[in-house]
Design a binder for this molecule. Structure first.
Ligand SMILES: Nc1ncnc2c1ncn2[C@@H]1O[C@H](COP(=O)(O)OP(=O)(O)OP(=O)(O)O)[C@@H](O)[C@H]1O
Ligand SMILES: [Zn+2]
Length: 615
């Protein structure tokens, strides 16, 4: 009899030992039955072990799929670093199929890529390093540099993966990639249909597909011989998963590239401080097309100022396109009573209900609860409720009123619900059928439309004032990214409504993002990443008293752990979500080892751990 340690897929359970008459290779997918359960579970054989001194169940069947040693090593790292079961870590991956064999097909590429001399210089630098950061101004033409590099890697018979924030996987990008790589490229993200995914996996394994362009999950496909990982817009927080394991695909890409000696290119106009500090970079600060940009600052207390409206009007008259950014969706974020001053809160979460006029409803953006718009304040029953902090829907409404004959559309989670609606709206915008597009963060990411000559940025102050060590970095990089959508070919204007003109103006006009990063490094010394490791522990439960007691215990335990420091603990900024009371503890350490040691010790089903938290 043989004995094997196996990881149960999609399960928080620790690894278990099973027996089998057969010799099973490491990484094989098998079927097992869990004690006390009747349903079958998929599991992965990790290694052969000695006969244990307890009785084992037998492995029921061996499947045709397997996980490569490359995958097993990465999953092992994920489970240790991001603190989850091996079963959860392996569940990130798509297994190999034993029945598909690989053919090394020759590929012909028709489209020539001609880089500018500046782009060539950047590329030479990237070629000279195994892992490097392309710190390239918006509109510098990063994509072109990536494409040329990918071509070379594929010519060597290797594969490449090109990660992008999900929203950048637009028809435009797809078209650009297909022009060069035709059937050798596939797009991969969560909304691709199951049928198409199956087809992609097959073709990736038989050698027809050589390049995958995708969201963070594209990192976990069955690559036979990966030669290059590209992480575009590497600063983007959507690379961080918000469910267990809370990995960051960008950081994981760095780990994989270093561990397996692969080429890695991180790219951004506003690189994260971590990458800037750790990875050798090339600064490309020439845009591909001749461009000129002017910044206009407005300090107004209105939702959108008169002057901004006039600029939009001028832009419309000139037949140019405008984008309007603000960080809040819906009509208004807060409803506050005129009389008693209380805000209308979700009954299940400690957050304000947002006003959605279209649906005649107040909605909670955390749990989805919706209710009728109340006529009077629910607290004092008599006061009239006022609206606060304007959102995209309201700005859309204001602009539609002002410019009735123009086409004004909204680009946010409420208006873009499917891949199809995303494609449609971007296509319309590309074809100049939309005059003004009002949207949230989704607007800022990588779009390349040459007729946008005006970008309006609202609500930056609420981002800058957020209670996070990253608030300045997040606000400034977002502003630069949005500004980068305007005037990509020729002249562009950017209007910023803010009470923090000094900060933004300095780095936009006199200083540079690099200067900002350097000043931020000074500010974070000894205290914050990249100089220390930061982890966030969240305890949550519907039983508010019990979870508070548990918090005290965990804090005590952590205080006794060596070489780590508790930065702070208490109620989460949003104390209640979906009826669960939430407490958090922020921990830091100069070294990763003591931090992981302390975190691995914590045992409770109410705990979730966020290593390298981005909050
Ligand atoms: N070598 C080139 N040949 C032809 N066109 C190019 C070349 N380089 C860049 N361009 C064009 O310049 C524009 C900007 O390029 P791209 O979209 O790659 O910029 P980017 O660096 O990704 O910018 P962002 O950071 O704003 O997303 C695009 O329209 C692209 O087609
Ligand atoms: Zn709620």
């Amino acid at each position: 009899m043989n004995y094997y340690e196996v990881a149960i897929l999609k399960s928080p359970l620790q690894n278990l030992t099973y027996q089998s008459e057969e010799i099973i290779e490491n990484g094989s997918l098998v079927e097992v039955l869990l004690a006390n359960r009747k349903s079958y579970n998929l599991a992965v054989v990790l290694k052969k072990v000695d006969k244990p001194d307890f009785k084992c169940s037998t492995i029921l069947s061996i499947k045709d799929e397997f996980y490569s040693s490359f995958m097993l090593e990465i999953a092992d790292f994920v489970s240790k670093y991001y603190i989850c079961s091996m079963g959860f870590a392996l569940s990130l991956f798509q297994a190999f199929d034993k029945n598909i064999s690989y053919k090394n097909l020759e590929i012909e590429y028709n489209k020539e890529i001609n880089l500018s001399s500046f782009q060539e210089e950047a590329k030479s630098f990237l070629d000279s390093k195994k892992q490097a950061l392309l710190f390239a101004k918006t509109g510098a033409g990063k994509t072109e540099i990536y494409i040329k590099t990918v071509k070379e890697i594929l010519k060597q018979g290797k594969q490449a993966v090109f990660l992008m924030p999900e929203i950048s996987l637009t028809p435009q990008m797809e078209k650009r990639l297909k022009e060069v790589f035709s059937t050798n490229v596939a797009i991969w993200h969560s909304k691709v249909t199951a049928k198409r995914k199956k087809e992609i996996l097959e073709k990736l394994q038989n050698g027809e597909i050589k390049l995958i362009a995708g969201a963070r999950s594209a990192l976990f496909l069955p690559y036979r011989d990966l030669g290059l990982i590209i992480v575009d817009e590497e600063h983007d927080s959507s690379y961080k998963s918000d469910t267990t394991p809370r990995y960051n695909a960008k950081d994981l890409a760095i780990f994989i590239a270093k561990k397996f000696d692969l080429r890695l290119i991180l790219g951004s106009a506003t690189p994260s401080l971590n990458s800037f500090y750790k990875i050798p970079y090339f600064e490309l600060d020439k845009t591909f097309y001749e461009t000129k940009k002017s910044y206009i600052f407005e300090n107004s207390s209105q939702n959108i100022s008169e002057k901004t409206i006039q600029l939009i009007q001028k832009s419309i008259e000139n037949k140019n396109q405008t984008i309007v950014f603000l960080p809040t969706r819906a009509n208004f974020k807060h409803q506050i009573c005129f009389d008693c001053g209380k805000s209308v809160e979700c009954p299940f979460c400690s957050v304000s209900m947002s006003l959605h006029k279209n649906d005649l409803a107040l909605k909670c953006h955390y749990c989805g609860f919706a209710q009728k718009i109340p006529d009077f304040c629910p607290s004092c029953k008599t006061g009239i409720v006022r609206n606060h902090r304007v959102g995209t829907a309201q700005i859309e409404e204001i602009l539609k009123e002002k410019f009735p004959s123009s086409v004004i559309k909204r680009f946010d989670k409420d208006s873009v619900k499917s891949e199809k609606s995303l494609k449609n709206i971007l296509e319309e915008f590309n074809e100049n059928k939309i005059d003004v597009l009002v949207g949230t963060q989704m607007l800022s990411k990588g779009h390349d439309y040459h007729n946008v000559k005006l970008a309006v940025v609202l609500g930056m102050d609420s981002l800058l004032n957020m209670n996070s060590y990253k608030a300045r970095e997040n606000a400034l990089s977002l502003l630069l990214q949005i500004a980068g959508r305007s005037g990509r070919n020729g002249f562009g204007e950017v209007v910023i409504e803010t009470k923090n003109e000094e900060f933004f103006k300095y780095y936009l006009e006199d200083g540079s993002y690099k200067e900002f990063l350097n000043s931020e490094l000074e500010f974070r010394k000894e205290l914050y990443p990249p100089f220390v490791k930061l982890a966030r522990v969240v305890l949550s439960s519907t039983n508010g008293l019990k979870v508070k007691d548990e918090l005290s215990l965990v804090v005590k335990e952590l205080k006794n752990s060596k070489d780590i420091e508790i930065v702070g603990f208490g109620e989460c900024a949003i104390f209640k979500i979906a009826n669960k009371y939430r407490y958090e503890i922020l921990i830091r350490s100069k070294e990763v080892k003591p931090l992981l040691k302390a975190l691995h010790h914590l045992k409770s089903t109410n705990i979730s751990i966020d290593m390298d938290t981005i909050y």
